[in-house]
Structure formats: C-alpha cells, structure tokens
Write a protein that binds this ligand. Structure first.
Ligand SMILES: *Cc1c(COP(=O)(O)O)cnc(C)c1O
Length: 457
C-alpha cells in the first residue's frame, strides 16, 4: 500500500466516505440506542502501535470499533434532549471545512472562511429579525455563546459603573446583580461561574416556566443604578415556553440592566411567520444566544452569539499580538473567546443557503407540528398526562406516579425504536420528547408513538 503522494491522501477519504454512507443508510432502520458500551468500544480500538501504519486501515478500524457504540442521533426517531440532526448541505460543507483546514481567526489570513461567516451572520440577523449591525460570532455551543454574550454584558455594566474589568480584573469591582427565571438553563449558571459572577438570583416563574414580569419588577426595585444583567429564555427545555419579552425587557431596561436572551433552540421561532409571535418584543434585548447544532441541524459543535453593540463584544473578546499580521477590528476571532478556530459558520451558511427563508420556517413549523402529533397521541394513553402547553417543539409527559414514568422511560430505551429522555420537572419524573431533527417525518413520529404506546401498555 502506497503511503506517500496523492493516493495516500485520497484513499482514507474514500474509505471514510464509504463508512459515512453506510452509517447514513442505516439510520432509517437501525435501533436508536447503541449496542456496545464505551468500555467495549475502547477495547476494540486496541493499543498504541509502535510503528506508523496505513491511514486507510486506521479509518477502517475506527469505523468497525465505533459502529456498535454509535447512537442514531441524526435519525428521525431520536427525540432525546434537544440534539438536532445533520442536514445534508451542512454535513457536506463540514467535510469541506475539515479538508480546507483554515485557522479561521483573521480576515486577512483566511478570506474565504471569514467571508462565508459574515454572510451567514447577516442572513441569520435577517431571518431572526435582529438588528442588522449586531455582531455575530460562532463559538462551540450555546453554553459558550452564553459565556461570550454575558462577558460583554459584565464588562459593559461594570464600565458604566466606572470599573474597567479588562484592566483591573474583578477584584474590587462592584457586585454585578444577575437576575434569571427559576427555570433558566443550567448552561447560563456555568457561564456565570466561568465569568466570576457567581449564582444568579432566581425570579419567580409561572406554571410553564415563564418569568413573572411582576416578580421581575419587584426584584429590579432593589437594583436601580447598580450594575445588573437580566437573563431571559426563548424555549424552556421542559415546556418549550418563551418568556414574556416585551414587559420583561422594558422593566430591565428601565432599571438600567443589560438583557440577554438564551434561545438555544427557541430563537428560531422568530424565523417562522406562524411561530414568530412567541418571540414578540425579544429584538429589544442586548444580546442573544442560539445554537446551530440544534434547530439548524448543523453537525456538532456550533453555537451562535449575537451582541447588539459590536464594540462591547470586541472590547471583551478582541485579540491583539504582533504576530497577528494585518489583524483588523471585527475579525472572526474578535467575536468569540477563542483565537484559532474551526470555521464553524460555513456549515451554517450551507444549511441557510440550502433551505432558504421558507425552508427554515418550514423546518421549525414541522417541529411544532410533530410535537402536537406526539401530544395528541400521548393523551390517548391511559393515565398519561401532557404537562406543558406544547407551543413549540417540546412535549413533557407524566404517566401518573414517578415509578411508572421511570419504568416506561426505561422500557422505551430498551425497545430501541425511539429515544426519549427522562427528566424531572416541578418535582415529578417526566418523559421529554424534543423534536429537533430535520429528518423526522410523519412515519418516524407514528413508529415512535407506537413504540411509546407499546411500552406504556
Ligand atoms: C441546549 C441548551 C443550552 C446549552 O446548549 P449547548 O449547545 O449544549 O451548550 C442552553 N440553553 C438552552 C435553553 C438549551 O436548550
């Protein structure tokens, strides 16, 4: 086997293409859960060889060892967490990103990668109805997007209070009050921890997890003048509910607070004429987080951080260094915490280009339609109760007591036809059905509902 020259480059790719094709072809029929454990896969990968080997053979070993340990997350029957699948245009573009191998930090050094990201960013702002001059960065996830936006928020509210975090650090800074609904996502808590801001103060929510504007007003009464950030949510992971943005943002701005919206999967409701009302008023916020690896069905990892005041973002994430030749303000690396980066905006551009405005709207409308089909089907199961209003893509189910709900969740996993996650909401065990895969069709929903009915019988 030739180990140098062009064939040596192409042969492993051809083989990877064959393995990828087999994987994608298996998705419509294979069981969703893995059949091998992580320990079994690790054993099959073998030991570190002493000498170099053939790259194609390595690809074969990898595919063979991993196959039984793969979960069919990109299948139309995976409804766990909010994972999304892989749109064909995004997957193909992602392969090109790997082949091109651009260190996408600086416009001058990697013009193509920077250009595609800029176009993707503009299209996103247009689709989401957000200010056209906002900065758009592509970090690894909604967690890092929350971190990115909240870093800009922290520095801005402290700068207004006369404290320069970039120069003086947090030591000696006034306390930043951070207010968030009781059902805000844990990833915000992580981001605040990384930022040295501690735990957020929790504000009361209604039965669907939406922040209570009256409780927010009451909490803000003691904030007046002090540096403060209010974190709102577009898409509660249990109920799918959206915070009442109009009154909440008005109250927060009245108190001088920065408003951040965590919309990891919910932000894209704004791209649908039929669901847009859920995000009403949200464009008045100061920053927004969403994910491309959820709703947009871009392969992992890709988050999206949007900040209204591009300068505020650049002030905290901006990079400099003598070796960064021809570095300009607003380079891709100025919009995310990291300097060297995979050009994550490229698959985002590809999926937007491939779907178009109407395709994105149809995608999120389809998620909501499938969620309602699930809710209607679940209500036919004796003893089952749908706990949420099903306004978007989430269905949260209790089958009576915690024990029965837990048992049915385990049976669904063992059955293998579909994957739905167990969780706890409002002190009860629940089964969560999250619809977020472009590939899910009515047949996937029917088969998955049949499996759930079987397991609940
Ligand atoms: C999934 C999710 C996150 C975290 O997203 P990652 O991309 O996994 O970091 C944050 N907020 C909400 C509301 C989510 O659903």
């Amino acid at each position: 086997m030739e180990t140098t020259g062009m064939d040596a480059r192409i042969a492993p790719l051809d083989r990877a293409h064959q393995h990828a094709t087999s994987w994608l072809e298996s998705l419509s029929t294979r069981d969703v859960p893995a059949t091998a454990s992580a320990d079994e896969v690790a054993a099959a990968l073998g030991d570190l060889p002493a000498r170099p080997g053939d790259a194609t053979e390595t690809v074969d070993l990898l595919a063979k060892a991993c196959e039984p340990g793969l979960v069919a997350m990109p299948s139309g029957r995976f409804f766990g967490f909010v994972i999304g699948g892989t749109h064909p245009a995004a997957l193909a573009a992602d392969w090109l990103v790997s082949a091109w191998d651009q260190n996408d930090g600086i416009r001058f050094a990697t013009p193509a990668a920077a250009a595609v990201e800029e176009v993707a960013g503009r299209w996103l702002l247009d689709l989401l109805g957000l200010p056209a001059d906002a900065a758009v960065g592509f970090p690894t996830s909604a967690t890092t997007a929350n971190f990115t936006c909240l870093a800009a928020a922290r520095d801005t509210v402290l700068r207004r209070a006369g404290h320069d975090v970039g120069r003086d650090g947090l030591t000696g800074a006034p306390r930043v009050r951070v207010l968030m609904g009781e059902e805000g996502h844990e990833s915000v808590v992580y981001a605040l921890r990384y930022l040295g801001l501690g735990e957020p103060e929790r504000v009361a929510v209604d039965e669907q997890g939406r922040i209570d504007p009256a409780a927010l007003v009451a909490a803000l009464a003691s904030v007046r003048g002090a540096p403060a950030i209010v974190v709102l949510q577009a898409g509660n992971v249990h109920s799918g509910a959206f915070d009442p943005f109009g009154p909440a943002i008005a109250a927060a701005h009245e108190a001088g607070a920065w408003v951040h919206v965590d919309g990891a999967f919910g932000l894209f409701a704004a791209a649908s004429p039929t669901l847009r009302h859920l995000t009403e008023g949200y464009a008045a916020a100061d920053s927004w987080t969403t994910d491309a690896h959820k709703t947009l069905n871009v392969p992992y990892d890709c988050g999206i951080a949007i900040v209204r005041d591009a300068e505020a973002l650049g002030a905290v994430t901006g990079k400099h260094g003598d070796y960064l030749v021809n570095k300009q303000v607003g380079d891709p690396c100025d919009k995310v915490p990291e300097l060297s980066r995979r050009a994550r905006g490229i698959p985002v551009w590809a999926v937007l280009r491939s779907l178009g405005r109407e395709g994105v709207a149809d995608l999120v409308d389809g998620f909501a339609r499938h969620a309602r089909t699930f809710a209607d089907g679940v209500r036919e199961i004796p003893g089952a109760e749908v706990l949420n209003d099903v306004v978007y893509s989430q269905v949260c189910v209790s089958f009576g007591g915690d024990e029965r709900t837990g048992e049915i969740t385990r049976r669904v996993l063992a059955d293998g036809t579909t994957w739905m996650s167990g969780s706890r909401w409002h002190g009860r065990a629940v089964l969560r059905i999250s619809v977020s895969d472009w590939a899910t069709d009515v047949d996937d929903v029917r088969r998955s509902l049949d499996a759930l009915c079987r397991c609940a019988a």
